[in-house]
Design a protein around this ligand. Structure first.
Ligand SMILES: Nc1ncnc2c1ncn2[C@@H]1O[C@H](COP(=O)(O)OP(=O)(O)OP(=O)(O)O)[C@@H](O)[C@H]1O
Ligand SMILES: [Mg+2]
Length: 327
C-alpha cells in the first residue's frame, strides 16, 4: 500500500501535482503521468490506485516497451486456446486481470499503432475480444498511463493516435526532474540512508557536508532511481557512522578533494535550511564572494541573495585569519 506521504518532496510544483492526484484518485478519471526516467511515475501511479475506491481491486501493470510488438495484443487482451502457435490454453490478458482495479499502461509511448487502436476501443466500450476468440469480455477498469516521451510530438508525427492521447490524458501529471527540485535531495537522502542502514544492519547517522554538497551539485540524469542506487552503494561502502565523500561511487568525477576537511552534519541537523545555507555559502566561496555571479548561479535575484546572507549570517572569510579557499 503506497500512501501519498511516501512520495517525498518539498518542491512546490511536485506538491501541487500530488494535491491534484489526491483529489482525483477517487474518481475514474484517466491519468497520464509524464516525467524523465526514475522520477517516480510508477510510485505515483500506485499511490493513485491505493488511495482510490478501487484499492481493494488489482493494480495491473503492463510495460508496453518491454513486450515484443507481436505479443502485446495477447498480453493486453489474452488469447483463446489455439489462437496462434504456442497458445496451448486460454489465457487472460492484463485488461481482464485488471477488472475492478487499475490498469497501468507504462511506457505507453512505445505501444504500436495496432495495439493503440484496440486499446482505445476497449477503453471506450469497456469490452474486447481475446485474440483468436469470439466471446465478448466486459471489463470495468480505470486506466493510468505513464511515459517519458513527448506524446504530443508523437501525435504530430502520426506515431501516436490523437484520439487515444485525449482518452488517456483526461488529466496530465508532470513530475519534475530531480535537477529542478534539488531541495528534495536532503529529504530523499535522509530516507534512503535510514532505509539502507536498516537493510544492511548499519548505524549511519548522516552525511558529511562535502558529500551532501557533491550530491546536490550532481545533475542526476537518472533522477531519484540513480540517487537511491548511489545511496545504497554508499551505505554498503561506509565503514563509519557518517557517509563521507569517499563512500560515494560518483565521487571520482569530483577529483581528489580531501574528506578530512569535511564538516559533520548529523541527521538531527540535517534540515532543508542547513542544506540551503551550505549551498549558498559554497556558491559564494566558489564565486569568491562575487554576489552578482553567485546570484546568477543560484538563479535567484541579487536582493534575495542579500536577504539569505543576512538570514543565515554568512560572512566573507577574513583573508588574514582564514586563507583557505574552498571551491
Ligand atoms: N519522491 C519520491 N520519494 C521516495 N521515493 C521515490 C520518489 N520518487 C521515486 N522514488 C523511488 O525511486 C525509484 C524510481 O521510481 P519509479 O520507478 O516510480 O520511477 P519511474 O519514473 O517510473 O521510472 P522509469 O521511467 O524508469 O519507469 C523507486 O525506487 C521509487 O520508489
Ligand atoms: Mg516506471
Amino acid at each position: 500500500m503506497i500512501e501519498f506521504s511516501q512520495i517525498l518532496t518539498a518542491n512546490e510544483k511536485f506538491l501541487s501535482v500530488i494535491k491534484v492526484a489526491k483529489k482525483i484518485s477517487t474518481s475514474d478519471i484517466s491519468v497520464l503521468i509524464t516525467g524523465e526516467n526514475g522520477t517516480g511515475k510508477n510510485l505515483l501511479a500506485m499511490a493513485i490506485h491505493d488511495n482510490s475506491t478501487r484499492k481493494s481491486g488489482p493494480f495491473v501493470s503492463v510495460n508496453c516497451s518491454a513486450i515484443p510488438e507481436s505479443l502485446l495484443e495477447s498480453e493486453l487482451f489474452g488469447h483463446d486456446k489455439g489462437a496462434f502457435t504456442g497458445a496451448y490454453a486460454k489465457r487472460k490478458g492484463k485488461f481482464e486481470l485488471a477488472h475492478k482495479g487499475t490498469l497501468f499502461l507504462d511506457e505507453i509511448g512505445d505501444m504500436n499503432l495496432s495495439a493503440q487502436a484496440k486499446i482505445l476501443q476497449a477503453i471506450e466500450t469497456k469490452q474486447f475480444i481475446r485474440v483468436g476468440g469470439e466471446e465478448v469480455v466486459n471489463v470495468d477498469v480505470r486506466v493510468v498511463s505513464a511515459t517519458n516521451q513527448n506524446l504530443i510530438e508523437k501525435v504530430e508525427t502520426n506515431s501516436f493516435r490523437m484520439d487515444l492521447y485525449y482518452r488517456i490524458r483526461e488529466i496530465t501529471m508532470e513530475i519534475p526532474p530531480l535537477r529542478e527540485r534539488k531541495e528534495d535531495i536532503p529529504i530523499l537522502l535522509e530516507s534512503f540512508i535510514k532505509q539502507f542502514s536498516t537493510d544492511f544492519g548499519k548505524k549511519i547517522k548522516g552525511i558529511s557536508n562535502v558529500a551532501l554538497n557533491f550530491l546536490v551539485n550532481h545533475d542526476w540524469k537518472g533522477n531519484v532511481r540513480e540517487l537511491r542506487n548511489v545511496v545504497r552503494t554508499a551505505v554498503a561502502l561506509c565503514e563509519k557512522d557518517m557517509i563521507w565523500l569517499e563512500d560515494i561511487p560518483l565521487r571520482l568525477e569530483l577529483g581528489n578533494e580531501k574528506s578530512s576537511t569535511e564538516k559533520i552534519l548529523t541527521m538531527e541537523s540535517f534540515s532543508l535550511n542547513d542544506m540551503e545555507k551550505t549551498h549558498i555559502l559554497r556558491t559564494l566561496q566558489h564565486c569568491r564572494w562575487n554576489k552578482s555571479k553567485a546570484a546568477r548561479l543560484l538563479q535567484i535575484s541579487r536582493p534575495r541573495l542579500n536577504r539569505k546572507i543576512l538570514e543565515y549570517d554568512l560572512k566573507k572569510p577574513d583573508k588574514k585569519n582564514n586563507p583557505r579557499h574552498m571551491s
